[in-house]
Design a protein around this ligand. Structure first.
Ligand code: FAD
Length: 493
């Protein structure tokens, strides 16, 4: 490959990860890359992954994707957060919203003011001070100026892949529908050299992106990168997914309903609802869970329940030699906070930033990439474990295990800091910020003290401060249309 020629990137796999990478490379690096994607329609995709977080809005901006076209093509709805039901106690619920709660001062987060307000009977529920949460609970939505309402989407996963495929093919991507039978490596440096397909073709490339799902055909089977298992912290290892007809207007949030060995999701799209149960096979069999799920869904069931097995953890390197793993090939964190598509896009954007010059892959780039990717996934891992560990539930062996299990030291530190002082600090560029307070309070954790600065306010000042935030939110909410009305108008525009 000469310095002036294009880098040939070969993407193995055409699920959400493969097509997101294909669309990004062809749109953003068009003049520097030629891209070939190999997928097997006989093997198919995992077929789930339908709830997203607000960072997808920015990914689409980078790719110059029209939001209306994307939403129409994927039957998408807006999402303002996730409602957690039965997580703290059976019958209890709270909503983790995408927005910011209340107003911070430079020294103390809003939770400190709220804590004193609670102690003095001046403050209502923590979520009453978050616009996105109130909009979600009242079923309302609109785009507000200056990104005034943070949102994400619920999407049809297979339609999303098809939408991105169309975009990438328009930009000149070559797609091959065939099965990869063998991956060959160069003798001199162990880099991947080519993919051997069942139609007899041999596809060589400069760089390979492994999007082949859980098996990691390139990153693991060919390069033997290794896997770090996190199932001792996140014991769920199975899921069952099924789609149903919609029976009500789509809610602008995902529902996550805890059960005695895991949890259930409900993801409302325009035309149907995605349902599923995540569970720990040590406590429940596939058949029991399928029975439970089918007895709890609403509306006509549209497909056979699909069982998916997984092992929580991550590939020891996301980028190894001339191969980057994305999506399920790179590791797996269960979908409780809808973070997998976010991690795919993070690693795509990171890769674009570190895109190797022709024929020059620097080990320094690889190390830096893996360091940053490790940071991202470890923080998200901790955040997900928090939901399981901080709970009052003791009604089943699964929940007793989660309450008692050891957690990573980084999470233990956060929980202890919050429990004693009410303080939460965002570390570097970690994804979650206000979310930590929302979920710790939602899960029933109450700090023993608050910042002394709060006591410089008189009771009347505190009451006025809290009341004003609530009033502003109520004022905004009354002007928002119902989610479904806004959605219909928006995608037809
Ligand atoms: P797949 O969809 O498995 O695609 C693999 C591709 O590789 C396919 O095209 C296949 O044909 C191809 N392939 C495999 N072997 C070969 C071969 N030998 N030759 C040729 N091609 C081959 N993420 C979220 O962000 N939000 C969610 O709400 C969410 N929910 C989830 C729920 C569950 C139960 C699970 C398991 C995951 C969920 N995820 C979610 C994660 C999300 O589904 C994935 O991150 C996303 O779908 C990406 O999958 P993928 O493209 O890596 O793999």
């Amino acid at each position: 490959m000469s310095a002036s020629s294009k880098t040939h990137v070969v993407i193995a796999g055409g699920g959400t990860a493969g097509w997101m990478a294909a669309a990004a490379l062809t749109r953003v690096m068009k003049d520097r890359v030629s891209v070939t994607l190999v997928e097997s329609s006989d093997i198919g995709t995992v077929g789930v992954g339908e709830a997203t977080i607000p960072t997808l809005v920015f990914f689409h901006k980078l790719l110059r994707i029209s939001e209306q076209e994307f939403m129409a093509a994927t039957n998408a709805t807006f999402k303002l957060g996730i409602q957690f039901e039965n997580w703290t106690d059976i019958g209890h619920q709270y909503l983790h919203a995408f927005g910011v709660t209340g107003k911070d001062s430079w020294a103390a987060g809003f939770q400190h003011f709220w804590l004193r307000g609670q102690q003095e009977g001046l403050a209502t529920d923590f979520g009453d001070y978050c616009l996105e949460r109130q909009a979600a609970e009242s079923g309302r939505f609109a785009h507000l100026p200056n990104n005034g309402l943070n949102y994400a989407f619920h999407i049809d996963a297979s339609r999303y892949a098809a939408f991105l495929r169309q975009l990438a093919e328009q930009e000149g991507l070559t797609r091959i529908d065939a099965k990869i039978e063998k991956v060959s490596r160069r003798a001199e440096d162990g880099h991947i050299d080519s993919l051997h397909l069942d139609n007899g073709e041999v596809i060589s490339g400069d760089f390979f992106i492994d999007c082949t799902g859980f098996q990691g055909l390139l990153i693991e089977k060919a390069l033997h990168t290794g896997y770090e298992d996190w199932s001792h912290w996140l014991p769920c290892d199975s899921a069952v997914a099924v789609q149903t007809e919609s029976v009500a207007p789509p809610l602008p949030y995902t529902r996550c309903i805890a059960h005695d060995a895991g949890w259930q999701w409900r993801i409302p799209l325009q035309h149907r609802v995605g349902n599923g149960m995540v569970f720990c096979s040590q406590y429940k069999s596939d058949d029991e869970i399928i029975g439970n799920l089918l007895s709890q869904v609403q509306g006509q069931v549209l497909n056979e329940p699909k069982v998916i097995k997984f092992r929580t953890g991550r590939r020891r390197k996301q980028w190894n030699r001339n191969c980057l793993a994305l999506g399920l090939a790179s590791g797996f964190l269960e979908p409780l906070e809808s973070t997998s598509i976010h991690l795919i896009q993070q690693n795509i954007v990171r890769f674009l930033r570190m895109f190797p010059a022709a024929n020059q892959i620097h080990q320094q780039d690889i190390d830096e990439f893996n360091r940053q990717a490790d940071f991202d996934i470890e923080h998200i891992r901790d955040f997900i474990i928090l939901h399981y560990h901080v709970t009052n539930r003791t009604d089943s062996p699964f929940w007793r295990h989660c309450r008692q299990m050891d957690v990573p030291a980084s999470l233990r530190h956060r929980i202890d800091l919050f429990r004693h002082t009410g303080r939460v600090f965002r570390e570097g560029s970690e994804l979650f910020d206000d979310s930590w307070q929302q979920v710790m309070i939602g899960q029933g954790l109450r700090p023993a003290s608050y910042h002394p600065l709060v006591d410089t306010m008189s009771r009347q000042e505190l009451e006025a401060f809290l009341g004003q935030i609530r009033q502003q939110i109520t004022h905004t909410i009354t002007k928002l249309p119902p989610h479904e009305d806004y959605l219909k108008r928006y995608i037809r525009r």
